[in-house]
Design a protein around this ligand. Structure first.
Ligand code: AMP
Length: 143
């Protein structure tokens, strides 16, 4: 299974924000959309960073309540690891494990076309494993 197939099963659209948006605005968006990260894009729509709930917790731990008035650029990760629609489930599982993060933007021809989370990975990986187990059971049963 590749990422293009996984994206087809998801609601369209990726939540994005701007580097100058405040942490309060980003936190509100994460809460409203029940998501864990937003991709930060520049004026041309290009990815310039990613900010997750973990970054927000870190900012609050470091700066207290005033973290909420800080801007996204002060807490986002700028070196964003991404994947493409042709990346495989195994490849993105490796990337998430190596990078110790749970979100991976999907880039196609330089543009952001989706995002996959650890939740998507677990769901589709479990489905694949279940399919294999069913096939193996059938194979054993028929000898
Ligand atoms: P997460 O596990 O996704 O909440 O993210 C943990 C940390 O990794 C945070 O500092 C994020 O900004 C960062 N991060 C999340 N996704 C990515 C990614 N695709 N590339 C680089 N850093 C990321």
């Amino acid at each position: 299974m590749n990422i293009g197939q996984i994206l087809k099963t998801k609601a369209r659209g990726v939540s994005t924000a701007r580097a100058e948006d405040t942490i309060q605005e980003i936190a509100t968006r994460l809460a409203q959309r029940k998501i864990g990260a937003v991709v930060i894009v520049g004026e041309n729509g290009k990815v310039v960073g990613i900010i997750s709930e973990r970054d927000i917790i870190r900012l609050i731990a470091e700066h207290g309540p005033k973290a909420l008035t800080m801007v996204a650029s002060s807490g986002m990760t700028r070196e964003v690891v991404s994947c493409s629609k042709t990346s495989t489930l195994e490849e993105i599982m490796d990337a998430m494990t190596q990078g110790r993060f749970r979100h991976l933007p999907v880039i196609e021809d330089g543009s952001l076309v989706g995002i996959v989370s650890i939740g998507d990975v677990v769901k589709h990986h479990t489905a694949e494993v279940e399919l294999e187990v069913t096939a193996m059971r059938g194979y054993l049963a028929t000898g």
